[in-house]
Design a protein around this ligand. Structure first.
Ligand code: SF4
Length: 135
C-alpha cells in the first residue's frame, strides 16, 4: 500500500510518501526530520487526533466555552466524542483546565476547558463597569 500525506507536525508541511508492505514493513520518504516518520507510521497503523470544540455553559457571561481532548484519541472515535461534547452542558464558572467530560466516549481521555467562562453577575450592581475611553 502506497500513500501520499502531508506531515502536520510543524508549519513546514513536508509531503511524504508512505509504503506499507504486506509483512508490515513501513518505509517513509519526503520527511525532513524523524517526527515526520513517526507521524506517518502512526497514520497508517493507529491514527489519532486531538479534538477541539465548544460546550454549552449555563449561568455564564458567554454561552459556550472552548474545550479539547486532554490527549489524542483514536481517529475512529471522533464522531462519538463530538456527540458527547455536543450533548454536554457545563455550569459557570468554568476555568481553563477544568474537566468538562471524564472518559469521553469510553476513550479513557477527558475533555478539558481551554477558555474561561465566568459566572454572569446576579444583578446590575455586580456587573463589571466598562468605562468608555472616549469620555
Ligand atoms: S517532517 Fe519534520 S520538518 Fe517536515 S513537517 Fe514534519 S515535523 Fe516538520
Amino acid at each position: 500500500m502506497k500513500q501520499e500525506m502531508i506531515c502536520i507536525c510543524c508549519p513546514l508541511g513536508c509531503r511524504m510518501t508512505v509504503c506499507k508492505e504486506p509483512e508490515g514493513t513501513i518505509t517513509v520518504t519526503g520527511n525532513t526530520c524523524p517526527r515526520g516518520r513517526q507521524y506517518a507510521e502512526k497514520e497508517v497503523t493507529a491514527p489519532t487526533r486531538v479534538v477541539t470544540s465548544t460546550v454549552a455553559v449555563s449561568g455564564a457571561v458567554c454561552p459556550r466555552v472552548c474545550v479539547k481532548t486532554a490527549q489524542d484519541i483514536p481517529k475512529e472515535k471522533i464522531f462519538d466524542v463530538m456527540h458527547e461534547i455536543h450533548s454536554a452542558k457545563a455550569c459557570a464558572p468554568v476555568h481553563i483546565g477544568d474537566v468538562i467530560l471524564q472518559n469521553c466516549a469510553g476513550t479513557g481521555v477527558d475533555v478539558v476547558a481551554t477558555s474561561n467562562a465566568p459566572a454572569e453577575p446576579h444583578n446590575a450592581h455586580d456587573a463589571p463597569k466598562i468605562e468608555s475611553p472616549l469620555r
